[in-house]
Design a protein around this ligand. Structure first.
Ligand SMILES: [Cu+2]
Length: 365
């Protein structure tokens, strides 16, 4: 036994040598396979890279269509009127609002079925004063349940904000007890889906000392989520924050296509509402400084001896306020959300102060 072992090794030892040779070979093959897989994983295909790095195509992993943000709207395109409506006379405002589901043009040459209040996205801007009573009759002309939730109100969620079926209506009555610009939206679950498909707007409740201005405007910022033709955008896309555009008053770059005309030295107030549903806003006007800012019910800045200036109004979803400013010289003044990843996908507009042609440059800077 001993000799056999010393002369040529035991069968176990000879078998062990083969075992180790085979094992090492297998390990080498395995390591090669693992490293090849690692190389493939670390070098994704070109289209996967573009999905991960290009904000405009980040939504491509969800069903939808691509908005051409460089396209011009038709000659006949009328932008959403940015003027803030005046507060109506009287202290009781009886208004009917209708929930609809209809196809709208939400970008140049791009139509999509949206859920709306009164057939538009955003819904109408309502206005009143502290102490006024709003009596809103909500009519559901859609095919699914809808509702309305006014942030300007103090009412029971299970009563006025209840969901009504198609064909039904309800009366939502509230007295405005606090000043500011407040979001309203459909509150039917999943709320994200109903807001993301268009059911949102704003109510302005004037502070008692609101000074007169030359131009008073409203900008409601929101995201657009595209869907396959004939469909509404999916909840999954909204849950993943995969918007396709960020817009003021429902349409990408509409006030760049149709600038807002003002004059130098005129005083301008812009009410800004972040209707989201999910993206924040940092409202900024290029070429001027705000001397007055009002956010979430209070003045942050008013002209005084300290001569402070403000460059942006920062808002999270469902926050609002206003800014006041003027332009010192004639020219073009873009306005943006200074979160430029949002500005670059539709959240840009243009003031034209005085007689200067909108195509004289600067609009894209
Ligand atoms: Cu709804």
């Amino acid at each position: 036994m001993t000799n056999v072992q010393s002369a040529g090794g035991s069968p176990w030892e000879r078998g062990g040598t083969r075992f180790w040779i085979v094992s090492v070979s297998l390990l080498a093959v395995l390591a090669t396979v693992i490293s090849m897989v690692a190389i493939v994983i670390s070098h994704p295909k070109d289209d996967e890279v573009s999905v991960a790095t290009d904000g405009q195509t980040a939504a491509a992993e969800f069903p939808g269509r691509e908005i051409d943000l460089g396209a011009e709207p038709d000659e006949s395109f009328e932008p959403r009127d940015p003027k803030a409506p005046p507060a109506p006379e009287g202290t009781l405002h009886q208004i009917t609002m209708t929930a609809t589901e209809e196809e709208l043009e939400i970008a140049p040459g791009f139509k999509q079925t949206m859920w709306t209040f009164d057939g538009k996205v955003p819904g109408p801007v309502l206005r009143g004063k502290v102490g006024d009573t709003f009596e809103i009759t909500l009519v559901n002309d859609g095919t699914i349940g809808h509702s309305i939730d006014f942030h300007a109100s103090k009412v029971a969620w299970n009563d006025e904000m209840r969901t009504i079926d198609p064909g039904e209506e309800l009366v939502y009555r509230f007295t405005a007890k606090h000043a500011g610009i407040f979001m309203y939206h459909c509150g039917t679950p999943p709320v994200l889906h109903h807001i993301g498909n268009g059911m949102y707007g704003a109510v302005i409740i004037d502070p008692p000392d609101l000074a007169p201005v030359d131009h008073e405007l409203v900008m409601m910022q929101s995201e657009l989520y595209t869907a396959p033709a004939g469909e509404v955008a999916s909840l999954e896309k909204m849950l993943a924050d995969r918007w396709d555009a960020v817009v003021f008053n429902g349409y990408p770059n509409q006030y760049q296509h149709r600038p807002i005309r003002v004059e130098p030295d005129q005083r301008i107030r812009v009410w800004v509402m972040d209707d989201g549903p999910s993206e924040n806003s940092s409202f900024h006007v290029i070429g001027t400084i705000f001397d007055t800012t009002f956010k979430e019910g209070t003045y942050l800045l008013r002209p005084d001896a300290r001569q402070g200036g403000s460059q942006t109004l920062d808002l999270q979803p469902a926050q609002g306020g206003f800014v006041e400013f003027s332009f010192d010289v004639a020219g073009l003044y873009p306005f943006v959300t200074h979160k430029f990843s949002s500005a670059s996908i539709g959240a840009v507009g243009l003031f034209q102060a005085g007689d200067v042609a909108p195509d004289e440059g600067g609009a894209d800077s």
